[in-house]
Design a protein around this ligand. Structure first.
Ligand SMILES: [Zn+2]
Length: 272
């Protein structure tokens, strides 16, 4: 399958499974943090069932046999636990992943604004720490791909044209300079995207972008590759259900909750 040729949702179920993780942590208790033992179960299950793990960069241009079990594991936000907790488990099974970095935060002691808001005074900040460039380098040497999740994790569709370009293009340049090669993959913070953001990501030189569809009607293209989010509360049964083609085929329908009227659940609309 070539993502370029896909123009209608009828073929979506043929796409490989793309999983979206954030944190693998026993210290955190928020929904984005999957317990290490659950993560090990999930990776072990995929391995036992014959899934081949590739990065998003490897997905581009590769051809797949129908029914071949391929999984693309992605992590958003670049938490340090991707190195300390997830990376050893991935290595153990010979799996790789694509990690989306918030470039201005890598190698700093700063926490992402959403986490600062979450942490109560006196709480331990260390479970929310971001990767260092040394950790990024070591993971990259083991086949982990690094993509961009912007410079500061602002919602792109809330920014001016200049602000968006800075977030999309400068993060690509900064990460590329640190890892020593082109950055090919992009991830929209909090699913905040519109037609202009998609066009800008292509113009900035990325090969593909991912989204966890929180809104119905986002156009199907290689700059809006759908992912299945895996969260802390997911039981083994729900995880296995989420890997099925049936889930990918119906994911957007399942995500569209018109009774929950927020900007995240409203249908995506092209501005023109
Ligand atoms: Zn994010």
């Amino acid at each position: 399958l070539k993502p370029r040729t896909i123009g209608s949702s009828t073929v979506w179920h043929d796409w490989p499974l793309i999983l979206a993780y954030h944190s693998v942590s026993d210290a955190r208790t928020d929904g984005l943090a999957v317990r290490a033992s659950d993560f090990e179960y999930q990776i072990g299950w995929l391995h036992r069932h014959g899934y081949r793990s590739i990065t998003l960069a490897e997905f581009r241009g590769e051809t797949f046999n129908r029914g071949e079990r391929v999984v693309i594991i992605t992590f958003d936000d670049g938490y340090a636990d991707n190195y300390t907790a997830a990376f050893p488990i991935l290595k153990c099974y010979g799996f790789v992943a694509t990690v989306f970095l918030v470039s201005d935060f890598v190698g700093t002691d700063e926490l992402l604004p959403a986490d600062v808001a979450r942490i109560k005074p006196g709480d331990d900040r260390s479970p929310y720490r971001i990767l260092s460039w040394e950790q990024v380098g070591e993971m990259a040497a083991h086949g982990i791909e690094f993509g961009s999740h912007t410079c500061t994790h602002r919602l792109l569709n809330s920014l001016s044209v200049e602000g968006r370009w800075d977030e999309i293009a400068r993060s690509r340049a900064d990460i590329g300079n640190k890892i020593g090669h082109e950055v090919e993959s992009f991830c929209y913070p909090a699913g905040g995207l519109d037609k202009e953001a998609i066009q800008m990501v292509e113009k900035a030189g990325y090969d593909c972008a991912v989204v966890t569809p929180t809104r119905y009607g986002i156009p199907l293209c290689r700059y809006a590759l759908r992912r299945i989010g895996i969260y802390r509360h997911n039981t083994p049964l729900l995880f296995r259900l989420k890997t099925t083609a049936m889930m990918r085929r119906n994911y957007e329908r399942l995500k569209w909750r018109p009774w929950k009227r927020s900007s995240k659940t409203l249908p995506y609309r092209n501005p023109n």
